[in-house]
Ligand binder design. Structure first.
Ligand SMILES: CC(=O)CC(=O)C(=O)O
Ligand SMILES: [Mg+2]
Length: 214
């Protein structure tokens, strides 16, 4: 019996979706995607419990991105949309920490986003949320508050690509494994974080978590 509360130790990859909220694509001047835009974070990005986010060397514009995460329950390849629920063990709320200056430089050069997205501590996550605690993951509210000031708040019903569509698309190309995490993209309100900031992130009425920036 797999204990999914330990998904960080079990999973092999963190698959992320970019530009999945129209308002966020617009705030960064990006086109609205016609198909899911996928990238990877290494599992070494997870922040250990009680530890801070460490700004990567040379980064001068680190952003937070609050996102709904889906923890995968079993090996998943070529999932059909109507079977998606069978592959969900539960959920988390996460921060897809992004070195925006590194990302902008990479975009200009047509280079990979790896260092912008996958530096150590770039993925703080909440505790595991049992699947039964979220009746419909497309009908929850994500939020992020920094030093008491609200920065992000959005319902997940405005995601461009819903979870069944994402799982069908991703598993055409790559096999997901138990404990893998799918991050479903961020809504508008990303901003620069600084040393000493306290970031609270959560799903209204379901879970909250916090992390500091060192
Ligand atoms: C522009 C981005 O960093 C894409 C991303 O991660 C997102 O959530 O959107
Ligand atoms: Mg993101």
């Amino acid at each position: 019996m797999v204990n999914f509360a330990n998904f960080r130790e079990i999973g092999r990859k963190i698959v992320c979706v970019g530009r999945n909220y129209k308002d966020h694509a617009i705030e960064l001047g990006n086109a609205i995607p016609k198909k899911p835009m996928i990238f990877l974070k290494a599992t070494s990005s997870y922040v250990a419990d009680g530890k801070p986010i460490v700004i990567p060397p040379g980064c001068e514009n680190l952003h937070q991105e609050v996102e709904l995460g889906v923890v995968i329950s079993k090996e998943a390849k070529n999932i059909q949309k109507d079977q998606w629920q069978d592959y969900v063990a539960g959920y988390v709320v996460a921060l897809d920490m992004t070195a925006r200056d590194f990302q902008n430089e990479a975009k200009k050069e047509g280079a990979p986003w790896f260092l912008a997205k996958s530096f150590d501590t770039s993925c703080p996550v909440s505790n595991f949320i049992e699947k039964s605690a979220i009746a419909d993951p497309h009908n929850v509210e994500l939020y992020c508050v920094i030093n008491g000031a609200e920065k992000q708040r959005s319902k997940t019903d405005v995601m461009i690509f819903d979870i069944p569509t994402l799982l069908e698309y991703i598993t055409k190309y790559t096999t997901l494994a138990p404990g893998d995490l799918l991050l479903t993209g961020t809504p508008a309100g990303v901003c620069r974080v600084l040393p000493g900031d306290v970031i609270e992130f959560g799903i209204t009425g379901i879970i909250k978590s916090n992390v500091t920036v060192q």
